[in-house]
Design a protein around this ligand. Structure first.
Ligand code: HEC
Length: 146
């Protein structure tokens, strides 16, 4: 490979480090209600992408990996944000709770790529059961308000 290509690639890697990315944790307006014993489980498995309390790892500051991480957090928060529960109307809350149960049941969440790196985010069958039961009960409770 010619030296020019190698240098060009290095310069490219250096330059992409300067692309600004939003790694902010906006304020929490109202957290979704999770019972105390379940909270640490959901925090470790879901909060990095579905809350405003993301733990940004060091590699979230290294391009191009950072692009992927910031995108996951942005998309995750856009779909479901446990830190701004008050921003959703009742219908949306019901939708989200239903989806949580489905995604956890089918092992669609937490995202596979995330679990490869964060072994602690893997859910045991019991933890999956607990999350599903919580989402179901919460759904039932809210539905009564319709
Ligand atoms: C690494 C980031 C990440 C983690 C961790 C994560 N999610 Fe997600 N989640 C996403 C992204 C990105 C989307 C939107 C794209 C998609 O559906 O794949 C999403 C979508 C969702 C949706 C919306 C699905 C829909 O179609 O309406 C639900 C519900 C959800 N996640 C629940 C969870 C739960 C519960 C956990 C923890 C057990 C979790 N997620 C962990 C990134 C994540």
């Amino acid at each position: 490979m010619s030296k020019k290509i190698v240098y060009g690639f290095l310069i490219f890697l250096i330059l992409i480090q300067f692309i600004p990315l939003d790694r902010s944790n906006p304020p929490v307006s109202e957290e979704i209600h999770i019972p105390g014993n379940l909270k640490p489980i959901i925090q470790r498995a879901c909060y990095d992408c579905h809350s405003n309390e993301t733990r940004w790892p060091w590699y979230a500051y290294v391009a191009p990996i950072s692009f992927l991480i910031v995108k996951h957090v942005q998309d995750g928060r856009e779909e479901v944000n446990f830190s701004t529960w008050d921003k959703y109307d009742l219908d949306k809350k019901l939708d989200i709770l239903e989806e949580i149960e489905k995604k956890v049941k089918k092992d669609k969440m937490p995202l596979k790529q995330y679990v490869w790196i964060h072994k602690d985010a893997r859910l045991t069958p019991q933890e999956k059961e607990d999350i599903m039961r919580w989402a179901r009960n919460y759904h039932r409770l809210l539905k009564k308000q319709l």
